[in-house]
Design a protein around this ligand. Structure first.
Ligand SMILES: [Cu+2]
Length: 264
């Protein structure tokens, strides 16, 4: 086939665009957004995707056209070499630079909302990433973290109040992890030795979503999953109370066990 390579290269944009268009029908598009700020992130993503998508398709079509037109089998003329064009080089340096600068300015507010303007609310919980789990510590009735009445959860079943700002303090006990709530468009790298904060607000009254680790952190990386349940404040408080009671029962049993050991 004379134009085999031209057609092969044309397949790239066709398959690329088709995959993108069909993804939602196969449930491979964005997970449902339940966050109050999520649409800003999605809009930004779609904007950048459209921009790069148009340039991608344009480039691929040019590639196809030139491969078709200058096919060696149909062009008897010898190859002519060009030694570059100063004007063209200036244009293709300035255009991307201006585009990147525009995106940098355009997204500033979204970045500030997501990473800099920390809401003025008490910390809902402290999340610690470790190989291979997310440990979550809630302040007890005293509202203070790292006091004896803290409620510690290590089973991946985490609850948060919905309809209000949730502020998490987050750290790592060992290596790099990344706390990712796809449905809330929230992802935060967890760096050893660094104390960080992340915040979000779930606009749905009741929702159960996935928690994942988005940083390859070792052989058990896949195990760092969990479920986050969002529920109204009253239900959340009731859940916390129930878990505190369970924890107390366990602690009392443990203390009894230890006393028995001592007597022996
Ligand atoms: Cu991890």
């Amino acid at each position: 086939m004379r134009h085999f390579w031209a057609f092969l290269f044309l397949l790239v944009p066709i398959l690329g665009v088709l995959t993108f268009l069909l993804a939602p029908y196969y449930n491979h598009a964005f997970p449902r957004d339940i966050s109050e700020q999520g649409h800003v992130i999605d809009q930004l993503f779609m904007f950048i995707l459209s921009l790069t998508g148009i340039i991608f398709v344009g480039t691929e079509v040019c590639l196809f056209y030139f491969m078709w037109k200058y096919n060696g089998q149909s062009n008897a003329e010898p190859v002519k070499y060009s030694h570059g064009s100063h004007t063209l080089e200036v244009v293709w340096t300035i255009l991307p630079a201006v585009t990147l600068l525009f995106i940098a300015i355009y997204q500033m507010n979204a970045w500030a909302d997501a990473k800099m303007r920390r809401p003025n609310v008490p910390v809902t919980a402290e999340v610690t990433g470790r190989q291979f789990n997310w440990d979550v510590r809630y302040p007890g009735p005293d509202g203070e973290l790292h006091t004896p009445d803290d409620i510690v959860r290590v089973d991946g079943d985490i609850h948060f109040p919905s309809g209000e700002e949730v502020l998490l303090s987050i750290k790592s006990a060992d290596v790099l992890h990344s706390f990712f709530l796809p449905n809330l468009r929230i992802k935060q790298d967890v760096v050893p030795g660094m104390q960080q904060y992340m915040w979000f607000k779930c606009r749905e009254p009741k929702e159960v979503v996935d928690i994942v680790c988005a940083e390859l952190c070792g052989w058990g990386h896949y195990k760092m999953s969990g479920r986050a349940t969002f529920e109204p404040r009253a239900e959340f408080n009731a859940w916390l109370k129930e878990k505190a009671a369970e924890q107390n029962v366990r602690q009392v049993a443990q203390a009894k066990e230890e006393k028995k050991e001592e007597k022996k």
